[in-house]
Design a protein around this ligand. Structure first.
Ligand code: SAM
Length: 233
């Protein structure tokens, strides 16, 4: 993996000020730093996350969850992937000591294509918080297709969404926000080799709902067929 574990490099990287448009790294990923960070972390603990588990934080941003999960997890057990290197570098520089980073050795991957195959471990837990709220269907499908082969067979994936009765993409001034129906939220999993369980509300301050996905072990073939399909999108 090209940029794995290069902490000094990542920490030294200075985000282009235009990139964060005058917003702090905490504000850029949505604010409510402590509340939503703790909400995610406690959610995972309540679902059985242990220090010895491997956690994949998809769209990890500036480490709102990472600042809680990295100190908790064993050495090398946190993986964060994001398309914006500036967010990860800001989180590392402003929220974490170099000593802690060296002690826990998290892994980071800068990618917009969900290149999970570059990770050197298979996660027990994966979470995508406030990511699919910004992505269209084809990107979400790609994430599921790429996740399935690398998630442990007994692993679990949690993803948050905006839910709506109809199908619209809600466009806001500061970027696209997408909402999906409950059926669509489940279909992202079931059509790509997972079982899906709609959890719904989990005390999110912005009313995002949560869904749980587990690998359907008998569906290797259909997941592979979908992977072929996605490659031809
Ligand atoms: C609203 S922020 C949420 C960040 C983090 N999950 C949290 O809860 O603090 C959404 C994040 O998804 C990242 N992102 C958007 N599209 C992505 C993609 N295709 N691959 C990886 N990261 C992506 C953005 O750069 C941003 O950091």
């Amino acid at each position: 993996m090209a940029q794995q574990n290069e902490y000094e490099f990542l920490r030294a990287f200075t985000p282009d000020p235009r990139f964060i448009k005058g917003k702090s790294h905490r504000h850029y990923i949505g604010g409510l730093w402590e509340q939503i960070g703790q909400l995610q972390f406690q959610f995972l603990l309540n679902r059985g996350l242990k220090a010895s588990d491997y956690l994949l934080d998809i769209g990890c941003g500036s480490l709102r969850l990472g600042v809680k999960a990295i100190p908790y997890l064993d050495y090398g057990h946190y993986f964060g992937i994001d398309k914006e290197m500036g967010l990860i570098s800001s989180g590392l520089r402003k929220e974490m000591s170099l000593e802690l980073i060296r002690q826990k050795r998290p892994t980071f991957l800068i990618s917009s294509g969900f290149e999970f195959e570059k990770l050197d471990r298979r996660p027990d837990f994966a979470i995508a918080h406030s990511l699919f709220t910004h992505l269209p269907q084809d990107q979400i499908t790609l994430c599921f297709v790429k996740l399935r082969p690398i998630l442990k067979d007994d692993g679990v994936f949690y993803a948050s969404f905006h839910v709506s009765a109809r199908v619209p993409a809600i466009l806001k001034a500061n970027g696209a926000h997408f909402s999906y129906t409950r059926k669509q939220i489940c279909d992202f999993g079931t059509k790509n080799g997972f079982t899906a369980r709609y959890i719904g509300g989990w005390n999110h301050p912005r009313r995002q709902v949560m869904a749980e996905y587990r690998k359907r072990v008998d569906s290797q073939k259909s997941a592979e067929q979908n992977a072929d399909r996605v490659q031809h999108l």
